[in-house]
Design a protein around this ligand. Structure first.
Ligand code: FAD
Length: 96
């Protein structure tokens, strides 16, 4: 099966299908997973999340059920933390 996009939705769906034993290829047009969270300070396109921005929902509601946040993560994390969390999730569950 093929999926388009390494954002939250694509990562969750790909991991679900992998767990069901299917072979999955996830295509991502950017350099890495993370979706709208995968930004850097030089990227000012509208709709992208700034590096210093904090989440507007608590991390407990943004948790992959099979992958915990690092110990000590703030309730409302900065974008860089969310980006790292998603990329670690992708690295642990999938390979490039
Ligand atoms: C400014 C902002 C702040 C937000 N804050 C929060 C928050 O605090 N807490 C929260 O829970 N949610 C927040 N959200 C919402 C959350 O980011 C979205 O719900 C989530 O990103 C949706 O995930 P997605 O995988 O559907 O889409 P995206 O994150 O947009 O990922 C889509 C991916 O698909 C890739 N892609 C697109 N087209 C192609 C193609 N043709 N080929 C290959 N790859 C492709 C893109 O590069 C991207 O990586 C925020 C959203 C925004 C915009």
């Amino acid at each position: 099966m093929a999926g388009i996009g390494g954002g939250l939705a694509g990562l969750a769906v790909a991991n679900y299908l992998l767990a069901k034993g299917l072979k999955v290829t996830l295509f991502e047009s950017k350099n890495a997973a993370g979706g709208v969270q995968n930004t850097d300070q030089t990227d000012h396109r509208p709709g992208l999340v700034c590096n210093y921005r904090e989440t507007n929902v608590p991390q407990s509601l943004m948790t992959f059920s099979d992958f915990q946040w690092p110990e000590g993560t703030s309730l409302f994390s900065k974008n860089i933390t969310v980006k790292q969390y998603m990329q670690q999730y992708a690295n642990q569950h999938m390979r490039e």
